[in-house]
Design a protein around this ligand. Sequence first.
Ligand SMILES: NC(=O)C1=CN([C@@H]2O[C@H](COP(=O)(O)OP(=O)(O)OC[C@H]3O[C@@H](n4cnc5c(N)ncnc54)[C@H](O)[C@@H]3O)[C@@H](O)[C@H]2O)C=CC1
Ligand SMILES: O=C(CO)COP(=O)(O)O
Length: 313
Amino acid sequence: MSVAILGAGAFGTALAIAISANGPVTLWGRDISWGRENPRLPGITLPDQVTVTADLQAATQAGTLLLALPAQALGAFLSEHADLLQDKWLVSTAKGIDLTRLTGPSTLIAEVCPKATIAVLTGPSFAADIARGLPTALTLACAEDRAAQALQQMLSTPVLRLYRTPDVTGAELGGALKNVIAIAAGVVIGAGFGDSARAAIITRGFAEMTRLATHLGARPETLAGLSGLGDLTLTCTSVQSRNFRFGQALGKGEDFDPATTVEGAATARAVTALAEKLGLDMPIAAMVAKLSQGGASVEHAAEYLMTRPLKEE
Ligand SMILES: NC(=O)C1=CN([C@@H]2O[C@H](COP(=O)(O)OP(=O)(O)OC[C@H]3O[C@@H](n4cnc5c(N)ncnc54)[C@H](O)[C@@H]3O)[C@@H](O)[C@H]2O)C=CC1
Ligand SMILES: O=C(CO)COP(=O)(O)O
């Protein structure tokens, strides 16, 4: 089946490069004036197998469409172009929770394209690593097993290894929630609280991720896999992560380029609203939501998290 990627940012472009090892790939972007080298992936030239286009009608002729747009842009994009997306195999790569609907990308897609086959591709993978052909392992989540197997074959390459799961909710929530915790880890390091505090944030953050995701129907083992713990580990420990760097800037009291995609900031607000609605305790996400909107100081957030009532682990 032919493959097109919708969204020519860092990740869409990296996926196009990787998947073109298996055959021709179309990459659609609203701004493709950069030609064959995307400035978000400097020094990397697109292989000949990748066709870049700004013609959405042409790109959506493909049967499998990978949606590589930021989570907060996805809902409007789907509604605007719904007529081109019905009956397709739609694979979301966005790592966030929609702020207005309080749902992940797969639910947004299902609402607009009820007849589409829906999958999620997620896991620990910096766009620059994938684009350079470095070995990477991802999770491909799809509730329909035959489609899951077909997509796994279609999108795996000798350096991109996909594992399958039917747990779409768990996979997409792992990817979304780890961005929130990555901001918190960045704050810890930026503020100089140290590596021990970062380990505490990663571990207690993972507990929060698991609490919300399992409440919403995810399997705990999915959270412990590539799309949860795997991606959490990557983004909380690497300055390649934009979420981590955003947190670092907050921790240091420095400005951060507002044009950079930082999914965890909006997702922290969505998670906080969702947790309130569901009656769940998500204190780290709540502090990230406050910090990223300027609603609390780093000192207040640290004191709040450290002086909550003592409890069992
Ligand atoms: N960059 C990375 O290492 C990874 C990113 N992701 C996820 O992929 C998603 C996209 O991230 P990136 O590509 O890194 O972001 P990016 O900031 O590099 O690119 C976003 C792209 O989306 C386009 N876009 C935004 N709104 C749009 C709209 N309404 N219509 C059409 N195009 C629109 C922008 O023009 C831009 O090309 C995010 O959810 C991110 O969490 C997942 C794994 C790795
Ligand atoms: O999701 C990612 C790696 O798996 C990319 O993380 P950032 O969006 O924080 O850069």
